[in-house]
Each structure stands twice: as C-alpha cells, then as structure tokens.
Design a protein around this ligand. Structure first.
Ligand code: PCA
Length: 212
C-alpha cells in the first residue's frame, strides 16, 4: 500500500474557506487502488508552509506528495508544470509577510519542474469529464513558494511531488462572473489524479502546450 500525502492550504486574503483544505479533509484516509491518502493542513505563510509539509513527510514517510491550493479565475483542475525561485506577493501572507522579488532559496536553481506525471493526471481527469489542463505558472505567491520549497527540500529523496491548483467553490464566487467547481467534483478529481500518480511512474507523452 503506497501512501499519498495531500497537503491543502488554509484560507487566506478575503476568503473564509479554501476548497483545497475542504477537499483534502474529505479525502483523508481514502483508499485508492494500491494506495491511500493522508491529508495535511498547510498555513499560507512563507517558509512555514514548507516546514509544515516537510514535518508531515518525516512523520508519514509518503511515497508521493501532492500539494493543493485555490486559484481564483481558473475553471479547470490544473496540475502545475513548473515552480520558480521567486517570491513576489501582491497581498500579505497570513502572518503579514509581503516581499517583492526575493529568492525563495538563494542558492537554488531558477526553477524546478513537477516530478508528478502531470499529463497522465490531466488525461485521466478529462476521460472522466472533469475539466483539467496543464498550467505553466503557479504564480509568485505562497502556492509557488510551497511548490518550489518542497521540490528543493525533496531533492535526493526520490519522493515525487507537484502542485495542483483547483477552482473556487460556487459559494466563493456568488454573483460574480468568476468560474467555480462544486466541492464533490474537486474531491473526485483529486482522487482520480492521485490514482494516476500511483499508476504512472513516468509521465505520458501527450500534447498539452499553449501558444501565446
Ligand atoms: N492559493 C494561493 C496560496 C494559497 C492558495 O490556496 C496561491 O495560489 O498562491
């Protein structure tokens, strides 16, 4: 039985709820084919986010780690391709840190790629009619920070890790024109992509690029 650690962010900014945390709480203990999910709550705080997930990694010794956060404006579940070595926060994090153009790790490379099978994950979601696509930017706030920080700290461990952004919930967008996705579709989607991560040690070669 393989263990998948799913780390979901707490609410931040104006939001009282974060679908990432709501979804991983429901998925805690879920059995998959050949594995099961353990969940962990992540603070939206620079460096502390990375430390909290690394503590959970030490405690649970997972085989795969998937971090999850909300992305306002997105209509699909979007596995992220790349994390960049920069913090540029448009709003303060949950402890008031707001930095501009600071490296996350001074001696780190400019970027890390996801070590999850992002194309296989997107394919398995689309086969179940759950809107999904690869994203080429995780932004420059705490989600990218956690993504980059975990890739950096997990170097040499052989534990695949990556980040997945999910849409807002219908109750978060209310009357605005922003896209959303029901919580149970997000939950089902995260279970499907976790199963794909279990089944695909190597990613599939499937087109998923964009043209600007
Ligand atoms: N989304 C934010 C941080 C936490 C979250 O859920 C982001 O995309 O950076």
């Amino acid at each position: 039985m393989k263990k998948i650690l799913m780390a979901g962010f707490e609410p931040f900014g104006q939001d009282k709820i974060n679908p990432a945390l709501e979804a991983v709480k429901i998925l805690d203990g879920k059995q998959l084919n050949g594995g099961f999910i353990i969940c962990c709550e992540v603070p939206v705080v620079r460096y502390k986010a990375v430390d909290v997930v690394m503590e959970a990694v030490k405690k649970h010794q997972p085989d795969i780690v998937i971090s999850i956060g909300q992305a306002a404006g997105r209509a699909e579940i979007t596995p992220e391709r790349i994390a960049i070595n920069i913090d540029d926060y448009r709003i303060p994090d949950n402890e008031g840190n707001q930095v501009i153009d600071e490296a996350i790790f001074d001696n780190g490379p400019a970027a890390y790629f996801s070590t999850l099978p992002i194309k296989a994950m997107v394919e398995s979601l689309q086969l179940k009619n759950i809107p999904a696509q690869v994203s080429n930017t995780a932004g420059s706030f705490v989600c990218n920070h956690l993504f980059y920080g975990l890739q950096h700290r997990l170097v040499g461990t052989n534990i695949p890790h990556g980040f997945v952004h999910i849409p807002l919930l219908p109750e978060q967008v209310k009357d605005s024109n922003q896209p959303s996705m029901p919580l149970m579709m997000i939950v089902e989607g995260l279970a499907i992509l976790a199963q794909a991560a279990l089944e695909n040690k190597q990613d599939k070669v499937i087109g998923g690029g964009t043209i600007c």
